[in-house]
Design a binder for this molecule. Structure first.
Ligand code: URA
Length: 208
């Protein structure tokens, strides 16, 4: 399962803004969206193209257009919601599935509370969206739900990740590509990424 680390200076600069404890909810939310747009650029790299002809003001040109591959964005509630609009900016026709999973604070295991997918999810390229890949429990469960629903092409877009989560995904879903902007050192006793950026959901929605 390839892990793609996005080292572009714009992405790294924006990630530093997210990490900063002084960054307030408005800017945090905006920057999460901007990073999702930039990450989407990388995730779309292999979209198939078809040959088309267009008439320019000067001459007919043989050029390329997207072959119309169907996509589904799959934010893991709730922090993943922060990445949806940034991607819809580039792909306004993508469908959006929702998977509600929370981490049991004691066991850190993923617990499902909501799941709603488009009926044709099996035919779509699926992008799981979660800003944080920490223990990996929620991402593993989300990929399992999608596969149970028939999805075959799945990528995970996660702003910040940690080795335990990457290892867990690699073991459970070796076919799921991970696109991330940094791999931090470790997790603390509460399952938070260190140094990380704190609780992404709380910082996006201002709930702390
Ligand atoms: N989820 C978060 O929001 N932050 C972490 O550091 C880990 C999981």
């Amino acid at each position: 399962m390839p892990v793609t680390l996005l080292t572009h200076p714009l992405i790294q600069h924006k990630l530093t803004i997210l990490r900063d404890i002084e960054t307030g909810v408005k800017v945090f939310r905006e920057v999460v969206g901007e990073m999702a747009t930039l990450m989407c650029y990388e995730a779309m790299r292999e979209l198939p193209l078809k040959d088309v002809k267009v008439m320019t003001p000067v001459a007919e040109a043989n050029v390329k257009a997207l072959a119309g591959k169907k996509l589904a964005l799959v934010p893991i509630l709730r922090a993943g919601l922060g990445m949806v609009d940034g991607i819809l900016t580039l792909i306004p026709s993508a469908k959006v599935a929702h998977i509600g999973l929370y981490r049991d604070p004691e066991t850190l295991e993923a617990v499902e509370y909501y799941c709603k997918m488009p009926p044709d999810i099996a035919e779509r390229d699926c992008f799981i969206l979660d800003p944080m890949l920490a223990t990996g429990n929620t991402a593993v469960e989300a990929a399992r739900f999608l596969k149970e629903a028939g999805a075959r092409s799945i990528k995970l877009l996660t702003i910040l990740s940690a080795p335990p989560g990457i290892g867990k995904m690699e073991k459970a879903h070796p076919d799921v590509d991970i696109i991330t902007c940094a791999i931090d050192g470790h997790l603390n006793d509460h399952g938070y990424i260190v140094p990380g950026l704190g609780d992404a959901g709380d910082r996006i929605f201002g709930t702390k």
